[in-house]
Design a binder for this molecule. Structure first.
Ligand code: A3P
Length: 292
C-alpha cells in the first residue's frame, strides 16, 4: 500500500477494510451467521456509485414521498451498513420492513440470502467508473477510511489493481451483475437516475411492488434531489463524527453531476480505465463508452 496511508486496514478474504469500523469477526458473522429475512431490501453499491441517493429514494418511496422520515432520522440509521460494526448492531435490532445498505462484494454477502433469494430484494446501483474514480479521489481527501494518494495517477493505479477499501470495483460490479435477469435483483445506473429520474423511480417502485401516484413519484424525485439532500442534515453527512471525516476539507454531496471526469482525467488515464472495464459492463454504464 502507498506510503501516504494514514488509516489502518485489515485484509479480510482478500478484501481491504478500514479497521476503524470493520473487524474480521463482524465480517465473518455477517457472511456466515447473519439471517437475511424475506422482508429485507438491500441497497448495494460500490462506494461513490450513488449509495446515499438510492438510500434517500428508497426511504422516500416507503412513505409515498413524504419527507418526514428523511428529515428526522439520519440516513445511516434508516438503512444501516450491515457489515460495519455500528451498522450491524443497528441491523440486528431493526424492525420490519428492513432497509439495509451494503458495500460488500457478492462473495462476502450473507450466505443465508441463498435461502431467501425468492423473496429478498436487492437493488444494485452502478456508476460510470470515470466519474466514480474522480468522486472517490476527492472523497479520499476528507474521509479518513481512504488512504490519501499523492496524485490521481497513483490513485488510478490502486483503482486498476483493486487495491482499494472494499476491494476491486471491477470484481464488485462483475460479481453482482451476474445476478442480472434474476427476478429479485434490480440494477440501475447513476446516469439513469440523473437522466430519467421519474422513470427510474417508477421502475424502482415497480420492482418493490409499491404503487405510487404520478404526484408521489414527483415528490420522491424532488425530495431526493441533490439540493434537497444537501439542505437536509439527516442526509448530508454533516453530522458524521470527526473521526470519520474532515468536514473542513470536503463534502459528501460534492457536485452530483455526470461527466466531471472531463475536468480531471487525461485521455491516457481514461484509456487505461477503458481497457480495464469489461465490455458487458461498459454497455451498462456510460452508454457503451467508446475508447476515445
Ligand atoms: P460526486 O462526488 O461526483 O459529487 P455515494 O453515496 O455512493 O457515496 O456517492 C456519492 C456521490 O453521489 C457523490 O458524487 C455525490 O455528490 C453524489 N450524490 C449524492 N446524492 C446525490 C443526488 N441526490 N443527486 C446527484 N448526485 C448525488
Amino acid at each position: 500500500l502507498g506510503p501516504s496511508m494514514a488509516t489502518e486496514y485489515i485484509f479480510h478474504k482478500g478484501v481491504l477494510f478500514p479497521i476503524m469500523n470493520y473487524s474480521p469477526e463482524t465480517l465473518s458473522f455477517v457472511e456466515n451467521e447473519f439471517q437475511v429475512r424475506d422482508d429485507h431490501v438491500f441497497n448495494v453499491t460500490y462506494p461513490k456509485s450513488g449509495t446515499n441517493w438510492m438510500l434517500e429514494i428508497l426511504s422516500l418511496i416507503r412513505y409515498g414521498g413524504d419527507p418526514s422520515w428523511v428529515c428526522s432520522v439520519l440516513n445511516w440509521k434508516r438503512a444501516p451498513w450491515m457489515e460495519s460494526q455500528t451498522g450491524l448492531e443497528a441491523a440486528l435490532k431493526y424492525l420490519p420492513p428492513r432497509l439495509l445498505t451494503s458495500y460488500l462484494p457478492i462473495q462476502l454477502f450473507p450466505k443465508s440470502w441463498h435461502h431467501s433469494k425468492e423473496k429478498v430484494k436487492i437493488i444494485y446501483t452502478l456508476r460510470c467508473p470515470k466519474d466514480l474514480l474522480v468522486s472517490l479521489y476527492h472523497f479520499s481527501h476528507f474521509m479518513h477510511v481512504y488512504k490519501l494518494s499523492s496524485s490521481i495517477d497513483v490513485f488510478l493505479e490502486d483503482f486498476l489493481s483493486g487495491n482499494m477499501p472494499y476491494g476491486s470495483w471491477f470484481n464488485h460490479v462483475t460479481g453482482w451483475m451476474r445476478l442480472k435477469g434474476n427476478e429479485n435483483f434490480f440494477s440501475i445506473t447513476y446516469e439513469e437516475l440523473q437522466q430519467h429520474p421519474q422513470d427510474s423511480v417508477w421502475r424502482i417502485c415497480h420492482f418493490l411492488g409499491k404503487e405510487l401516484s404520478e404526484e408521489q413519484v414527483a415528490t420522491v424525485v424532488e425530495n431526493a434531489s441533490f439540493q434537497s439532500m444537501k439542505g437536509n442534515k439527516m442526509s448530508s453527512f454533516s453530522l458524521l463524527q470527526d473521526k470519520y471525516i474532515d468536514h473542513k476539507k470536503g463534502n459528501f454531496l460534492r457536485k452530483g453531476i455526470c461527466g466531471d471526469w472531463k475536468n480531471h482525467l487525461s485521455e491516457v488515464q481514461t484509456g487505461f480505465l477503458h481497457s480495464a472495464v469489461p465490455g458487458a459492463i461498459r454497455l451498462n454504464v456510460c452508454g457503451g463508452w467508446a475508447p476515445t
